[in-house]
Design a binder for this molecule. Structure first.
Ligand code: C2E
Ligand code: CA
Ligand code: CA
Ligand code: CA
Length: 279
């Protein structure tokens, strides 16, 4: 039972420590979580700093576990990746994010783009394009209003396959963004090779932002490079006014972070959107 094959149950051994016991339980529970309707989505607005408006939001999954309470994706997504459950969960996330977004539009709220996270394993599925296209058709969703967030490490895979998939998606109108940018191995040069719309500068760089310009070299380089490649930039994890002001100086246009709003339940997001429209 040590080597985990895909879609196999883990076997429990007495003598496991608490952490492995918890992971073991969670991994088994994950299989039932969709049908038990234990997953929910929260939405974090991204703010255009010049206009003060919300043009997009990132959908983030939560698991309301019967005995462990609300679980963070950082805990269960890696477990779902290990067992291959991530593929089903990922489809659930995409379908529900699009349904929620459609529901807001039907209520007359301004259409915003919704960004959905894709894990590496999910992105490497052979029928990925067909799956995404199928869900777009099923939910009658405008592909222009969908953004797919992938990490740099995904781009390290088979270049031909990845470029093909990205091109297919973009042809539909789907936007592509690179998440956690700067934390992976890819060089900035990588960006020239792939059809990408947006770069999300990882929170760790924003956290280390400094009043000394020389310490912000990487941030300013990423922003100007993105600009010259006609890509947009989102700064992640902006928590303070100081960070915002410095980012503004570097010509960063869109931010996401606790300073403006944490991820919100659909209901709270709706009122947030309404309020920001009234301003
Ligand atoms: P991520 O994609 O980098 O998402 C951003 C994370 O930063 C979110 O954590 C968000 O709540 C948090 N965050 C946002 N603003 C701030 C801030 O100002 N300060 C701080 N300290 N944190 C901030 P969350 O929701 O716990 O998600 C963690 C990670 O789990 C995500 O990182 C993503 O890699 C993964 N994840 C979440 N939802 C999904 C999903 O539906 N599918 C997949 N494959 N992965 C997901
Ligand atoms: Ca993300
Ligand atoms: Ca991120
Ligand atoms: Ca991340």
């Amino acid at each position: 039972a040590k080597e985990q094959g895909k879609n196999q149950y883990r076997v429990y051994h007495s003598g496991m420590d608490i952490q492995s016991y918890r992971s073991f339980m969670l991994q088994n529970d994950l299989r039932k979580a969709i049908e038990r309707e234990e997953f929910t989505l929260v939405f974090q607005p991204r703010v255009d700093i010049d206009q003060g408006t919300i043009k997009s939001a990132e959908a983030l999954i939560r698991w309301e576990h019967l005995s462990w309470g609300t679980l963070s994706p950082s805990e269960f997504i890696p477990l779902a990746e290990e067992t291959g459950q991530i593929v089903k969960i990922g489809e659930w996330v995409l379908r529900n994010a699009l349904q929620q977004s459609s529901a807001w539009q039907k209520k007359g709220l301004p259409p915003i783009r919704v960004a959905v996270n894709f894990s590496a394993q999910q992105f490497l599925q052979k029928d990925l394009y067909e799956t995404i296209n199928g869900i777009l058709i099923e939910t009658n969703f405008n592909p222009e209003l969908l953004e797919i967030e992938i990490t740099e490490s995904i781009l390290m895979g088979n270049q031909t396959t990845i470029t093909k998939t990205l091109n297919q998606l973009r042809k539909l109108g789907v936007h592509i963004s690179i998440d956690d940018f700067g934390t992976g191995y890819s060089s900035l040069n990588y960006l020239r090779r792939f059809p990408v719309d947006t770069i999300k500068i990882d929170r760790s760089f924003i956290k280390d932002i400094s009043t000394l310009p020389k310490n912000n070299m990487l941030i300013s380089t990423i922003i100007s490079l993105a600009d010259s490649l006609n890509m947009s930039v989102v700064a992640e994890g902006v928590e303070t006014i100081e960070q915002l002001n410095i980012l503004r100086k570097y010509n960063c246009k869109v931010i996401q972070g606790y300073l403006f709003s944490p991820p919100l339940s659909p209901l709270d997001f709706e009122s947030f959107l309404q309020k920001s429209e009234e301003k």
